[in-house]
Write a protein that binds this ligand. Structure first.
Ligand SMILES: Nc1nc2c(ncn2[C@@H]2O[C@H](COP(=O)(O)OP(=O)(O)OP(=O)(O)O)[C@@H](O)[C@H]2O)c(=O)[nH]1
Ligand SMILES: [Mg+2]
Ligand SMILES: [Zn+2]
Length: 284
């Protein structure tokens, strides 16, 4: 048996990267009933009657649900500065969901060419001040900054439809020729051009292009874990009076104090509070 990496899944057809080549494999029925292989999985394959067959899914280091992908080093949260308009709410929700899975978020501001330097800097500051890695991209900007981030890593693109995820990959490697589409003027959002997750080998790393999502789910999250994995709160871990403090109404809460002192972004804290409500509603 040989080890392979799954780069694309279309029903029971798995594209795998094995010994430097892309091949198509199928999964054994017993495997599909148990842990169904997904993009990013390392699997053991063997050739049976001239067909490449996946026999085993190796243990996952981590897994994201939206987009569905395994074994990721970092998630690039792509949000356009314009068209669609930059949404702090959406970016923060993605940060929270990605951090919950213990995956590092990188904020990628796309279509930087569409806004003024001042407007762009305001967004950059909001996240850099809180310690996040931020990259600006756009048709007029070089891609070198992003390429150094991708090197030797498995990355996933995450963001709504039309923000320019596929366009970004095409700019890094023109040979990819990924489909991209105009955003709908009437709806002000994308049309879901990318239809499935796929890993591509570019800039000495692996990166997954993914379909833009239309909703995010906060169902089935553990509230305590959620509250403890917000990157902005992590530096103050264990400093609240109560060990299981959710930083909402509890007395002696260091997080609320830091928000008042402006050491933690009020915006992000409010988005956190909204998400706590969503998790509570979901668990009812
Ligand atoms: N002005 C400007 N437009 C861009 C830029 N990047 C992408 N676009 C445009 O944005 C639209 C959507 O780009 P896509 O790359 O298809 O977006 P996507 O995020 O892959 O969308 P889905 O596949 O639907 O999730 C296209 O019309 C692109 O030409 C950019 O840097 N600047
Ligand atoms: Mg796309
Ligand atoms: Zn607290």
């Amino acid at each position: 048996m040989k080890k392979a990496l799954i780069t694309r899944v279309v029903s029971n057809r798995y594209t795998v990267f094995i010994e430097g080549e892309f091949e198509v494999a199928t999964a054994m029925g017993k495997l599909r009933l148990g842990q169904k292989p997904i993009v990013g999985d390392y699997v053991m394959v063997e050739t049976l009657e001239n067909r490449l067959v996946i026999q085993e899914v190796l243990e996952r280091k981590n897994q994201l649900i939206r987009p569905l992908i395994a074994n990721i080093d970092q998630a690039l949260i792509v949000m356009s500065a314009m068209e669609p308009e930059f949404s702090y709410t959406l970016v923060d929700r993605l940060i929270f969901l990605i951090s919950y899975e213990s995956i590092e978020p990188v904020i990628v501001i796309s279509k930087a060419d569409l806004v003024s330097d001042e407007a762009l800097q305001e967004i950059v500051d909001e996240y850099e001040k809180s310690g996040y890695r931020v990259v600006k991209t756009g048709i007029t900007l070089p891609t070198s900054g992003l390429e150094s981030i991708l090197k030797d890593k498995v990355s996933v693109l995450s963001g709504q439809s039309g923000v320019g995820k596929s366009s970004l990959l095409n700019r890094i490697d023109a040979n990819l020729e990924l489909n991209t589409q105009e955003i709908s003027k009437a709806l002000g959002r994308g049309k879901h051009t990318t239809r499935h997750n796929q890993l591509y080998r570019i800039a000495d790393g692996w990166i997954a292009d993914t379909p833009g999502f239309s909703s995010l789910s906060f169902a089935n999250l553990d509230l305590i874990d959620f509250s403890q994995r917000i990157p902005d709160f992590v530096p103050y871990e264990g400093q609240c009076k109560y060990r299981d403090c959710l930083h909402i109404h509890e007395p002696g809460c260091t997080i609320k104090q830091k928000v008042e002192e402006k050491a933690i972004s009020l915006k992000r804290y409010q988005h956190y509070v909204d998400c706590v409500s969503l998790i509570r509603e979901g668990s009812r």
